[in-house]
Design a protein around this ligand. Structure first.
Ligand SMILES: Cc1ncc(COP(=O)(O)O)c(C=O)c1O
Length: 371
């Protein structure tokens, strides 16, 4: 659906209008200067394959990041560099699950989770979440599903896409404890770590040596197109993932690995970008209710706001299409994230400029007032 919205936005732009892009979940800012400069320097040298697990110095730098950010002592041998977190999911699922295995994921949630699992012959099991639990998967909901037909795995993201909400460290710990007791493999998608506004995001790594963590340079480091991320795997899974990766991809693009290592030196620049998101978040939280959209949770992290539009429409795809055509603001219909109740929701991404956010809110207000 989001691709249809993007295509419609392109048509509106071709007709000469400025579109306020709040549909695609990616930062508008470029990669850190340090990363770009390191890549430029590397272009003149040989760019050969690297080890399947990634360049050793990058793996060490990622491990150090866990000490600096979470005070967790991580052995670099557990770090595996991947082509974005997307490849991290494929490799982890292949290493952890067998065809037919059932894997729990939050509904609403990031659509590729269920599509990748299905493509690999696993069964994605949607675990219902709602506003009353701030869109978080609860141990009770997992147990209810698991008791009927056992789950082999559970995947959660905090901060989450599309809702932008986060789990408290205690809630994450409860969920991980339940998985340990029930023998369910736990996967934590931490791609939006670093973009936390309400409280610091907790890594599953601190809570269990058996949790598998997936992360990426795409969001906080603004490096979506560089296609680079990482896995922190429980020790017994490192060798299976290494063998899979060596066969499926040989290694991650060397240029991106070099840039990613240097990106860690650009955190002051990325923190400034994060402050823009914080400003944008405030603009939306204060502005959208005045514009007429008042049913959403005050988001904790990432750069998404998930608004209930059921007062206006029973069909969020149609609503998004008309909003785009008539107010030139593009947002993603909830049906992409939630096949059950998504027709009542729209996801707004606020990773653009603050001036655009202000104007988008104003345009939405005028449009809704005219309806
Ligand atoms: C929750 C979540 N996980 C993973 C990804 C994949 O990101 P990448 O492959 O760029 O690391 C995205 C992208 O939007 C996402 O929203």
């Amino acid at each position: 659906m989001v691709m249809d919205v993007i295509a419609a936005a392109t048509r509106v732009e071709a007709a000469g209008h400025k579109v306020f892009h709040m549909e695609v979940g990616q930062p508008a800012a470029p990669a850190p200067r340090t990363a770009i400069e390191a890549a430029r320097r590397a272009l003149d040298g040989p760019l050969n394959y690297t080890e399947a697990l990634g360049i050793a110095s990058l793996r060490q730098r990622i491990a150090r990041h866990y000490g600096e950010t979470y005070n967790v002592d991580l052995d670099p041998a557990r770090v595996i560099v991947t082509t974005g977190s997307s490849a991290g999911f494929i490799l982890s699922f292949l290493a952890m699950f067998e065809p037919g295995d059932r894997v729990g994921i939050a509904n609403p949630g990031y659509p590729p989770y269920r599509h990748i699992l299905t493509a690999l012959g696993c069964e994605p099991v949607l675990i219902e979440t709602n506003e009353s639990t701030r869109w978080a998967v609860t141990p009770e909901a997992v147990l209810e599903v698991h008791r009927k037909t056992p789950l082999a795995g559970l995947l959660v993201a905090s901060p989450a896409n599309p809702t932008g909400t986060m789990m408290r460290p205690e809630a994450l710990a409860d969920l991980i404890r339940l998985c340990e007791v029930e023998g369910i493999r736990f996967i934590s998608d931490e791609i939006y770590h670093g973009l936390d506004y309400a409280f610091p995001a907790e890594t599953a790594l601190r809570l269990s040596p058996d949790a598998l963590v997936i992360n990426s340079f795409s969001k906080y480091f603004c490096m979506t197109g560089w296609r680079i991320g990482w896995i922190v795997a429980p020790e017994p899974l490192v060798r299976p993932i290494e063998r899979l990766h060596g066969n499926l991809a040989i290694s991650v693009p060397t240029l991106s690995q070099i840039a990613a290592e240097a990106a860690f030196d650009g955190r002051a620049e990325m923190d400034a970008v994060k402050h823009t998101y914080e400003d944008n978040r405030r603009i939306l939280i204060e502005g959208l209710p005045k514009a007429g959209l008042d049913r959403f949770l005050p988001v904790d992290g990432a750069f998404y706001l998930y608004a209930n539009v059921s007062r206006f429409s029973d069909d969020s795809f149609d609503f998004a299409k008309r909003m785009l055509e008539e107010s030139h603001v593009a947002a993603t219909p909830g049906v992409d994230f939630d096949p059950i109740d998504g027709r009542h929701y729209l996801r707004f991404c606020y990773a653009g400029s603050s001036a655009d956010m202000r104007e988008a809110v104003e345009r939405i207000g005028h449009w809704l007032a005219k309806r």
